[in-house]
Each structure stands twice: as structure tokens, then as C-alpha cells.
Design a protein around this ligand. Structure first.
Ligand SMILES: Nc1ncnc2c1ncn2[C@@H]1O[C@H](COP(=O)(O)OP(=O)(O)O)[C@@H](O)[C@H]1O
Ligand SMILES: C[C@@](O)(CCOP(=O)(O)O)CC(=O)O
Ligand SMILES: [Mg+2]
Length: 387
């Protein structure tokens, strides 16, 4: 039996990092997906291994199910309906299963993704033999939420094969989960994100599961309905960074300067709330749209300044800001920063010539530009027949 699922990446429009410390943030899904296919082995296959193929990094892992049973005896009593946190002891046990494989130094960050995989797989499906293939349209470790899309799509496919969710697989094509099942997938994905991020806010897995545009604060999501077409240029500086280390760095700064950092987080809260209310308010005339864009630009500029205060900007991000500024365009980093991706607001009346010019100049710096669809579907599954 084979199930495929897909979950989108995201951009954070306002509030990254501060959201980890309880401030509001605004995020939207983007039209770039991570896909997971899970094919359970049948008795005729005579195959008692669990195989994970990570296409984007060219790595394959394989474990006899007997080894998994030995290593994680609790996986025999898995309960897909109650998401559980992977404790330190279990992480250590899973790490021993990784020692059999040589992960090149340049790809060492992938280890946390494999630990998250083993935790989600064994917790949701126990120790069944299967072949799992993961591939993504997202750049990995660039601020577009590849870790969340990985955890959400994986949780979705595994749950679809469990007894804990009800997916109508008689439907053709991609199928969405019902709200209760979405919530379950989201909670499992959050457990996976904890393994990859250390201390995630939950915004990335939430927007990847539910799609569209959301405001998120302390684990609570509010859907944002907007008639404003937001067009963002996404520039990938291609400077690699690690979300877990950046999030930990902001917490350390908060410990050193609690009062100053509390004020920074409070300021971000106001920015996110204002951002959300601007995009939700209806505008009719071109003048009204221009005025709203002007306010959004100012909020993005202020948010970027506060992210700099948190210590998560980077020389490459500053280069994008200066380059876009020459064209009177405003940018801010998105995601964890430290490199990764930068958003530039493209006003509705901006000419295609200017957009082409700014993209050319950014690409001459060695960056990669893309314009992604904002606010599409969240987690979806499809059934690919019985073997
Ligand atoms: N398609 C994928 N294949 C393998 N691992 C992945 C994939 N997508 C995400 N990951 C895991 O997520 C990590 C990147 O997450 P993170 O540092 O949070 O950056 P971001 O979420 O912004 O892309 C990778 O190092 C890897 O462990
Ligand atoms: C920095 C943060 O706000 C977003 C991280 O996003 P990403 O992993 O860089 O795509 C962390 C979080 O909210 O969990
Ligand atoms: Mg991430």
C-alpha cells in the first residue's frame, strides 16, 4: 500500500524569533512543497527493512525492522493518536542507529532530520517494513521552512496509513485532511520540529499544515483573510545556517539582556499585529493600496532593524537590503536569518522592468531569486493503489 503526501514551505512576513518568546507573528504558505511517499511492504515482498531515501541530499538509510524493535522497544506499543515528545534518552538510542551510516560532514545537519524521521515513523506506525522517499522543491536550511514541511508531510503520510485518521482515498488526486486530523498531523509535526529546531514556536508546522495566511501567538493560530495581493520577491543568499543554533543564540542574548530583549519582543508584537490588520482591511482604490503598501514597507524595515538587534542578520542579508534599496524597495530577512532568504515587497504598480533589473543585480551577487505563490493549500495526501 502506498501513500503520498505533500506539505508547503512558508515565509514569515513579520515576527520570526520573537514568536518563540511569545510574541505574535504573521506567516503564509508558499507554493513550493516537500513530498513524502510511504510504501508499506507486503508479506510477498519478503523485505523486512525500513528504508529512507532522502533525494535532495542523495542519502539512503536502511534498518532491519528487528534492529528497530531492539533499539526502540516502545515502538511495539506505538499510539498514533497521542503525539509524544522524543526524550533525550531515546534520541541517544536513535543516534546509535545512525552510527551505521557515514553522513558526510557537509550534510551533518541532515542527522537531526533522520532522528525526527525515526521518531515519527516508529511512534506512528511502529516497526513495519517500508520504503520512504522524501523530495522537496524547497531549499534546505534557507528560512523557507523545509524542516516543518518535512515533518508535516511525513506525519501526514504516516497518519494516513495508521488507524488514527480518516482520509477519503476514493477521491481523485490530492485530498485534504479534515480539521481534527490536520490538528493531529500538526501536533506530530511539532514533535519532529522539536528534534530539528530545539525550541520551535510551532508557527512553521502550523502554516505548513493549514496553508493560507495566519497570525500565530503562543501556539494559537488565527486565519487571516485578505483581499490584498501581496507580491514578495524571495532572495536566497545561499549562505547556509542552522535554525537551532540561531534560535539558541537569541535565547542566550535574552538571558544576558532580559529587559532590553523583552522590549524588542514587545515591539515585534505590535508590528505583527499591525501587519495583520493592514492586510485584512479592505482596500478599493489604487491610492488605498499604495498607502497600505507604504505602511507594510515601514513595518518590514522596523522588523528587520529589530532582527538585527536580536543578532540574526548577516552581511549577505545586508547586501540584499542595500541592493533592493537602490530601487526604493524594502526588504527583511525571513525565517531564522544568519543567511538564508530575504523578502522584498514588490508593490502592485511596480513595473516588470524594475523587477527584472533588481533580480539581475541580485543574481550578479551570486544570490538566487524566486517569486512564489503566497497562501496556497496546506497538507494533502493521495493514495497510489494497493500492491
Ligand atoms: N527534504 C529534506 N530531506 C532531508 N532532510 C530535510 C529535508 N527538509 C528538511 N530537512 C531537515 O531540516 C533541516 C533544515 O531545517 P532548518 O535548519 O530549520 O531550516 P529551514 O526549515 O529554514 O529549511 C535539514 O538540515 C534536515 O535535517
Ligand atoms: C526563527 C523561527 O521563528 C522560524 C524559523 O524558520 P526556519 O526554520 O528558518 O524556516 C523559529 C520558530 O518560530 O520556531
Ligand atoms: Mg526550520
Amino acid at each position: 500500500m502506498e501513500v503520498r503526501s505533500r506539505a508547503p514551505g512558508k515565509i514569515i512576513l513579520a515576527g520570526e524569533h520573537a514568536v518563540v518568546h511569545g510574541s505574535a507573528a504573521v506567516a503564509a504558505s508558499i507554493g513550493l512543497y516537500t513530498s513524502v511517499s510511504v510504501r508499506l511492504s507486503s508479506p510477498n515482498d519478503n523485505d523486512d527493512t525500513l528504508t529512507l531515501h532522502l533525494m535532495d541530499v542523495g542519502l539512503e538509510f536502511s534498518w532491519p525492522v528487528g534492529r528497530i524493535k531492539e533499539m526502540l522497544p516502545d515502538s511495539v506499543n506505538n499510539d498514533a493518536s497521542s503525539p509524544a515528545t522524543c526524550c533525550e534518552e531515546t534520541t541517544k538510542l536513535i543516534l546509535t542507529a545512525l552510527k551505521d551510516f557515514k553522513i558526510p560532514d557537509a550534510k551533518i545537519g541532515i542527522a537531526s532530520g533522520v532522528i525526527a524521521f525515526l521518531w515519527l515513523y516508529t511512534s506512528i506506525l511502529g516497526n513495519k517494513a517500508a520504503k520512504v522517499i522524501v523530495s522537496s522543491e524547497l531549499p534546505l536550511g534557507a528560512g523557507l521552512g523545509s524542516s516543518a514541511a518535512f515533518c508535516v508531510s511525513l506525519s501526514g503520510a504516516l497518519l494516513a496509513l495508521s488507524d488514527s485518521v480518516q482520509v477519503d482515498f476514493d477521491q481523485e488526486g490530492w485530498v485534504s485532511f479534515g480539521e481534527k486530523d490536520q490538528q493531529l498531523a500538526n501536533r506530530w509535526a511539532f514533535e519532529g520540529e522539536k528534534i530539528i529546531h530545539g525550541k520551535p514556536s510551532g508557527i512553521d508546522n502550523t502554516v505548513s499544515t493549514f496553508g493560507n495566511m495566519i497570525k500565530f501567538k503562543s501556539g494559537v493560530l488565527t486565519c487571516i483573510k485578505s483581499n490584498m495581493t501581496l507580491k514578495m520577491l524571495i532572495t536566497n543568499t545561499k549562505v547556509g545556517r542552522n535554525t537551532k543554533a540561531l534560535v539558541a543564540g537569541v535565547s542566550e542574548r535574552k538571558n544576558r539582556h532580559p529587559d532590553a530583549m523583552a522590549s524588542v519582543f514587545t515591539a515585534v508584537e505590535f508590528i505583527s499585529n499591525e501587519f495583520a490588520s493592514i492586510i485584512q482591511s479592505t482596500s478599493c482604490s489604487d491610492d488605498e493600496v499604495v498607502e497600505k503598501e507604504q505602511r507594510i514597507r515601514e513595518l518590514m524595515e522596523m522588523n528587520q532593524g529589530l532582527l538585527q538587534c536580536m543578532g540574526v542578520s548577516h552581511a549577505s542579508i545586508e547586501t540584499v537590503l542595500q541592493t533592493t534599496c537602490k530601487y526604493q524597495l524594502t526588504s527583511k530577512l525571513t525565517g531564522a536569518g544568519g543567511g538564508g532568504c530575504v523578502l522584498t515587497l514588490l508593490p502592485a504598480l511596480l513595473s516588470a522592468t524594475v523587477i527584472d533589473k533588481v533580480i539581475t543585480e541580485l543574481e550578479q551577487c551570486g544570490f538566487q531569486c524566486l517569486i512564489a505563490e503566497i497562501g496556497g493549500n496546506g497538507l494533502e495526501c493521495r493514495f497510489d493503489g494497493r500492491s
